[in-house]
Design a protein around this ligand. Structure first.
Ligand SMILES: [Zn+2]
Length: 344
């Protein structure tokens, strides 16, 4: 991380986007590819779940708080994991103020053909985040990075088939799973392109191929090629998000050509950096429980210091922030990151 006079004038948006590409920046970026909404952030912004999932103006206003109240360099309005799956027919319960949306069970058997509705992108569940992204782009112009979010075919497989049906068939009927992934990746590309057209500067590609649910062999067999293809077909920087311990697959992820990996604190930060090598940018890695929810100011400062020393490009929470965390802790993280710049 090298500062020059020219860099000092960079906007938060430029700092965030340059960090995804591992270009020189005057300070580390701060932000997140997943939800940063907490109950007290909703109170402060005057916008609440579940309306913020279902109304584009409310969604944009709550996402904006990620920059205006917390100070992050990006905003990201898709707070849940369900928009495109709901548009594909999953009967989503949009939750409550203190509960994230959810949906139980699948809607297809693994051998059944998946149909992507012709009006998929026009459906309300897609239109709400698309309009929110347009609004955020208008509101923040070029000052803050607007990040969208799409799900990869592995997560969409969980949603459409149900986790058990999907996972058991990676062993019993791998050809059927591959056929399903090939269809579902079309959904990822369609929604990604629509979000880019709406103004997204970069996208979170979340695909929950976590170690408990997807072995490293399964990642290589089912997803390495697809993630590589998605990166080639989606024309903006991608931030791959996979929760849990991903130590055994970061070596594959760096081969996909994806710009940035948003990683979980279950991966020790030093090994994350070593495994990612010189080209893959890293985001997150800060524990939601120990630091973002329960950390003291001192814990937060130590964590920021550790991430800067380990050469993490975008500092922030590891995954969607627990709703009962205090948003002030993320403000402290941002302030520490700005204060410590140049001190390490
Ligand atoms: Zn996650």
């Amino acid at each position: 991380m090298k500062a020059s006079n020219a860099d000092i004038e960079l906007t938060p948006r430029q700092i965030f986007l340059r960090s995804l590409k591992r270009e020189d920046v005057p300070r580390p970026a701060t932000g997140s590819a997943t939800s940063v909404v907490t109950l007290d952030l909703m109170e402060k912004a005057g916008v609440y779940f579940p309306e913020a999932h279902l109304d584009p103006v409310k969604m944009a206003n709550l996402a904006a708080a990620g920059h205006t109240l917390i100070g992050f360099d990006n905003v990201m309005p898709l707070f849940s994991v369900w928009h495109e799956s709901a548009a594909l027919g999953c009967p989503v319960d949009w939750g409550q103020r203190n509960r994230m949306p959810d949906c139980r069970g699948g809607i297809y058997g693994i051998e059944e053909p998946i149909s992507i509705p012709r009006n998929f992108l026009q459906r309300q569940e897609c239109q709400v985040p698309l309009k929110a992204i347009q609004r955020l782009k208008r509101e923040f112009g070029n000052h803050v990075a607007v990040v969208g979010k799409v799900f990869g075919p592995w997560t969409l497989g969980y949603h459409l088939f149900g986790v058990e049906e999907f996972l058991i068939n990676t062993l019993l009927k791998p050809a059927a799973v591959k056929r399903a992934l090939d269809i579902l990746k079309i959904v990822t590309v369609l929604f990604a392109q629509a979000q880019i057209d709406a103004g997204a500067d970069a996208l979170c590609l979340a695909d929950h191929a976590t170690r408990d649910l997807c072995s490293p062999d399964a990642y290589r067999e089912f997803l390495l090629e697809i993630h590589t293809e998605l990166n080639a077909r989606i024309p903006c920087p991608l931030i791959l998000h996979i929760c849990g311990d991903t130590s055994d697959r970061i070596c594959f992820i760096k081969k996909t050509g994806i710009d940035c990996f948003h990683f979980d604190s279950k991966v020790p930060v030093i090994s994350a950096r070593q495994l990612a090598g010189p080209s893959l940018s890293l985001m997150g890695g800060t524990s939601n429980i120990q630091v973002i929810r329960n950390g003291t100011d001192r814990d937060i400062r130590d964590d920021v210091r550790e991430k800067i020393s380990a050469n993490i490009q975008v500092l922030g929470p590891e995954c969607a922030v627990p709703l009962d965390a205090p948003y002030r802790n993320m403000q402290v993280l941002v302030q520490e990151a700005h204060n410590l710049t140049g001190a390490i």
